[in-house]
Design a protein around this ligand. Structure first.
Ligand SMILES: NC(=O)c1ccc[n+]([C@@H]2O[C@H](COP(=O)([O-])OP(=O)(O)OC[C@H]3O[C@@H](n4cnc5c(N)ncnc54)[C@H](O)[C@@H]3O)[C@@H](O)[C@H]2O)c1
Length: 246
């Protein structure tokens, strides 16, 4: 069993097959071992033959699978140093069109999935010298947008969840939120396609006049997991090209 020492930190990233999660796995793999989990079965292919990346097919809403996942990690490592909850879904629907199924699925993946991962990771996090959690919310947890009420509610709830846990789990476990603006990923591509627009158009109204790249969010996530951010907890870090400052 290994220790998760400074030379071999251990991380877990959900939603790791694509976009922001995949970019985060790549950055964290430079400084440690990364469990890269996603419900997309393509996760193994995405990171095959990578020494310090452990890809696993896994659904963040599945309680018994979560317990098995952390048992597997605990058999290999003493602790987890950093958890990133990035798995998320975004369903576009007006209020009238938002069925119970759409609402429940959105809250299940985005909120329950985040809560479950942190709860189940906690025993291994507490064994780390400097454990940290980063939950990925959205600028839409802070400001509104039409036809995304379930998504906005789920992302705002992540902010409340992390604020509560940052106090409950202090001083041992630091917990922070990253709230991205429009980032060039599969999620934004399909959202824009539904509106008959391209990805670039989502950035035109921002102060920085462009959408972000996944690695620009991953860099902030990585900082929040590392000792360099040792006095930062309970905070919401927007990475949004200035969107929420307008
Ligand atoms: N792209 C943006 O503009 C943007 C903006 C704000 C917030 N976000 C948030 O960033 C996070 C990452 O999104 P992205 O843009 O990289 O999108 P993405 O669609 O590229 O990646 C999301 C990943 O989450 C996985 N996933 C979905 N449900 C899952 C589940 N139940 N269990 C495990 N994995 C699951 C998907 O398979 C996918 O690989 C999401 O939480 C999203 O809400 C994205």
């Amino acid at each position: 069993m290994n220790g998760g020492s400074a030379s071999e930190r251990v991380f877990l990233v959900t939603g790791a097959a694509s976009g922001i999660g995949a970019a985060t796995v790549e950055l964290l793999a430079e400084v440690g071992v990364v469990y890269a989990v996603d419900r997309d079965q393509g996760i193994a292919e995405a990171f095959k033959n990578r020494n310090n990346i452990r890809p696993m097919a896994f659904d963040v809403t599945d309680e018994s699978a979560a317990q098995a996942l952390f048992e597997t990690i605990g058999n290999e490592f003493e602790c987890i140093d950093g958890l990133v909850t990035c798995a998320g879904i975004c369903r576009t629907a007006s209020l009238a069109e938002t069925t119970a199924a759409v609402f429940d699925e959105t809250l299940a993946v985005n909120l329950w999935g985040t809560f479950l991962m942190i709860r189940e990771a906690l025993p291994l996090l507490q064994r780390s010298q400097q454990p940290a959690v980063v939950a990925v919310s959205s600028e839409l947890g802070i400001v509104g947008q039409p036809n995304l009420s379930a998504y906005c509610a789920s992302k705002a709830a992540i902010i409340g969840l992390i604020r509560g846990l940052s106090v409950e789990l202090a001083p041992k476990v630091r917990c922070n939120v990253v709230a991205p603006g429009p980032i060039d990923t599969a999620m934004l591509q399909s959202f824009q396609a539904e509106r008959g627009e391209g990805v670039a158009e989502a950035g035109l109204g921002l102060p920085l006049r462009r959408v972000g790249q996944p690695v620009e969010v991953a860099q902030v996530i990585k900082f929040l997991l590392m000792p360099a951010s040792s006095f930062v907890t309970g905070a919401v870090h927007v990475v949004d090209g200035g969107l929420t400052s307008q």
